[in-house]
Design a protein around this ligand. Structure first.
Ligand SMILES: [Mg+2]
Ligand SMILES: [Zn+2]
Length: 194
């Protein structure tokens, strides 16, 4: 048996805006503008209990555009982690890209720089992991890294998207929201353990 493999952990990579909390076309610039969906804590509790590392992979160009200070940005995540922990769940890591599209960095989704960093930091088995998000970029990112992907219809314009079936890559699953996605992962685990 390969000992290193037995040490590997599984993860659910999560988009932030439109997946955990209501997105805004005007960006999320303050703690006051950050509204967690009512089911997010329950969803993360399911995933935490199943033994997944819950890891945020998020593009936050509002930082690069100087629309939000680093301090306020960190406050949002402090509040987020506290709210999730209060429910008995955990957010294990937050990886964000502060750059603008024209910066051509390797961490802005659909690039996989941040995801690859998380894989190294947590020693993640990508074949046992998922990527959940509300945009095509999330599906591209997850698929490029070799995760199973779940598209959630809670983004600003995702309910109206009719072209998902023709996307390349297509999401492996489509669910209404993060809670349904977590329940789907739970079902997948159960069927594997039969
Ligand atoms: Mg999003
Ligand atoms: Zn970046």
């Amino acid at each position: 048996m390969d000992h290193r493999n037995t040490m590997k952990t599984k993860a659910v990579f999560l988009d932030r805006d439109g997946t955990l909390n209501a997105d805004s076309v005007h960006y999320i610039k303050s703690v006051e503008e950050f509204h967690l969906f009512e089911f997010t804590a329950d969803a993360l509790l399911i995933l935490t209990r199943l033994g997944y590392k819950n890891i945020l992979i998020t593009n936050q160009s509002a930082l690069g555009r100087d629309m939000i200070t680093v301090k306020e940005f960190e406050n949002i995540h402090l509040n987020l982690k506290t709210a999730i922990r209060r429910a008995g769940a955990e957010i294990h890591g937050i990886y964000y890209c502060p750059h603008l599209p024209e910066d051509n960095c390797d961490c802005r989704k659909p690039k996989t720089g941040n995801l690859k960093k998380a894989i190294r930091d947590f020693n993640i088995d990508i074949s046992k992991s998922f990527f959940i998000g509300d945009s095509f970029k999330d599906i591209q990112t997850g698929a490029a890294a070799g995760c199973r992907t779940i598209f959630v219809r809670t983004g600003v314009d995702s309910p109206a998207i009719k072209t998902i079936e023709s996307w390349k890559p297509r999401p492996d699953f489509i669910t209404e929201n993060l809670l349904e996605a977590a329940q789907l992962i739970e079902c997948t685990e159960r069927s594997q353990n039969l």
